[in-house]
Write a protein of this length. Structure first.
Length: 256
């Protein structure tokens, strides 16, 4: 029952106008960013060479792709997909009807959030698969293994933006305010994601930032090992589970 509900909710979300608009944004990033990254402004190129100590065009592209495109996309998409979770149903009186069915409030919250995560996964992975052939043709030294390793880890950071937005929705219970708080908080995390690259003395702060774990593969481009992929994924899974647990606990206390 719950699995079928999750599947039906995912299909419904994929058909919504907001999801199509988000998909358009992701497609635009997939098509345009490889060409933008091929000739970045000179001051940006100089800064990147200083931070990464390399002039490898693919490494520089991967930074630009992750920071300027994917971080910004998952920030917006997380709020779009989960920023009003349960709020709309409560405002229209549908939540009381839904919860009269054989499903607990916590289970409903988890199913809706996991459905939003699944939609995020479809859009995020689809964007990378669409961009892959464009990047491979236009960028010398393309390294598909590193590209998809970075994608895999960053995907779990994308899931965090959904889980966090869902948590803010059930905590604040006002659509505009929940979306605004989620957007501001996630924007701060995104802006500080690369702080360990900019200033190694502040790298300890990154331990508490899920978005920093999401981009951690970029710190191991020359010696990437399975642990560099699996460790941040495990940390992000734990962070996402903690956020979901807090959301489920809050939903149990909500008045319908």
């Amino acid at each position: 029952m719950k699995a079928r509900f999750l599947w039906l909710d995912m299909r419904a979300t994929l058909g919504e106008r907001k999801t199509w608009l988000a998909a358009g944004m992701m497609i635009y990033a997939a098509i345009s960013m490889p060409f933008v990254a091929a000739k970045p402004p000179e001051h940006v190129l100089s800064a990147l060479k200083g931070w990464f100590s390399t002039s490898d065009p693919f490494i520089l592209f991967l930074f630009i792709w992750t920071d300027l495109a994917m971080n910004k996309c998952i920030l917006i998409l997380g709020v779009v997909l989960a920023g009003s979770l349960l709020i709309r149903e409560r405002e229209t009186g549908q939540l009381a009807v839904l919860l009269s069915k054989p499903i607990s409030p916590a289970s409903y919250f988890l199913a809706r959030t996991l459905s939003a995560c699944a939609v995020m996964g479809v859009l995020y992975i689809g964007t990378h698969l669409a961009a892959w052939p464009i990047i491979a043709r236009s960028l010398p030294g393309f390294r598909p293994g590193l590209f998809f390793a970075s994608m895999t880890v960053h995907l779990f950071a994308a899931f965090f933006t959904v889980c966090f937005s869902a948590l803010m929705a059930v905590l604040i219970q006002k659509r505009a305010m929940a979306g605004l708080v989620s957007l501001l908080a996630l924007s701060m995390l995104v802006s500080m994601a690369f702080i360990g690259f900019y200033n190694p003395a502040w790298s300890g702060i990154s331990v508490f930032n899920p978005l920093s774990h999401g981009i951690s593969v970029l710190g191991h481009v020359d010696d990437l090992r399975p642990g560099h992929v699996l460790t941040p994924i495990a940390i992000l899974v734990g962070m996402n589970a903690a956020v979901l647990a807090l959301g489920a606990l809050r939903v149990r206390q909500m008045e319908v």
